[in-house]
Design a protein. Structure first.
Length: 228
C-alpha cells in the first residue's frame, strides 16, 4: 500500500477517527502514525472536523432498553448502571463516554474485581493483542504510571517490552520505561506526559534492557489514552 499517497492517508485517517477502520488495518495505521507526521496530521485534521461537526449536534441519551443492551454486550454479569442524564454534549461525545465506560468496566473485571472505581478524573490505557485479549493495563497516577500485566501475556525470556508515547506535533517517540512481564510495577511519570499532548501510546519488543538506540525496535501494539 502506497502510504505516500495523500488521498489514501486522508481516507484512512477519516476511517480511523470515525472508528470504521478496524482489525489489522486499524493496527497498521496506528503503527504508521508512530513514524509518519503526514498520518498524524491527517488524523488531527479529521478529529477537528468531527469535533466542529459534533459541537452543533445535541446528544440524545439512549432509551432504557438500548442502554441495557449496551451493558449486556460489555458483560452480561455487570450490574446495570444508571442511564446517563441528558447533557449538552454532542452525540459523538456521548458515544465516546459509552466506549470509555466499556473500557473501564473491562479493566475492573480483569484486574480490580473487588475495588470500587475511584472518583474524579481518571486516565487509563489498555493494550490488547490481535484477538482482543488484554495484555497490559495502565492507570495514570499523579507521579507514576501503574502498570499491570495480564495472565494472558506469554512473555519472551530473551526480550523485553518497552512503553512509548508520541506527542502531538513531534516526530520521535519517547520511552516511558520497561513493562512488566508479570505482576505490576510503578513507572516514574515522564515530565512530558500530558494527556492533552499525547497522540498515541505504543509497546515495542526490545533486547533485554530496552531499546539500544532510543527508538522502538519492533512496534507490537498501540493504543490511545482514555480520559474518564
Amino acid at each position: 500500500m502506497n502510504y505516500e499517497n495523500q488521498k489514501l492517508i486522508d481516507m484512512l485517517a477519516a476511517e480511523y477517527v470515525l472508528g470504521t477502520l478496524r482489525g489489522p488495518a486499524r493496527d497498521r495505521f496506528a503503527r504508521l502514525m508512530l513514524n509518519s507526521t503526514r498520518a498524524r496530521e491527517a488524523t488531527w485534521v479529521w478529529e477537528q472536523h468531527l469535533n466542529n461537526l459534533a459541537s452543533s449536534i445535541e446528544s440524545v441519551p439512549p432509551d432504557d432498553h438500548v442502554w441495557e443492551k449496551i451493558i449486556n454486550r460489555i458483560d452480561p454479569n455487570v450490574i446495570p448502571i444508571n442511564k446517563p442524564k441528558k447533557t449538552n454534549r454532542s452525540l459523538l461525545q456521548a458515544w465516546s463516554l459509552i466506549a470509555s465506560a466499556a473500557c473501564i468496566v473491562l479493566a475492573l473485571i480483569i484486574w480490580q474485581p473487588q475495588q470500587e472505581l475511584a472518583t474524579g478524573s481518571q486516565q487509563i490505557a489498555l493494550f490488547k493483542n490481535e484477538t482482543e485479549q488484554p495484555l497490559w493495563f495502565i492507570d495514570v497516577k499523579d507521579k507514576t504510571l501503574s502498570v499491570k500485566a495480564s495472565n494472558v501475556l506469554s512473555p519472551r525470556s530473551d526480550k523485553d517490552y518497552e512503553l512509548w508515547m508520541i506527542l502531538k506535533g513531534q516526530e520521535a517517540p519517547i520511552s516511558l520505561g520497561l513493562l512488566p512481564k508479570s505482576g505490576n510495577i510503578e513507572l516514574i511519570k515522564n515530565s512530558q506526559f500530558n494527556a492533552d499532548d499525547i497522540s498515541i501510546l505504543a509497546v515495542s519488543l526490545e533486547p533485554l534492557g530496552g531499546s539500544p538506540n532510543g527508538s522502538p525496535t519492533e512496534v507490537l501494539y498501540t493504543t490511545n489514552l482514555v480520559i474518564l
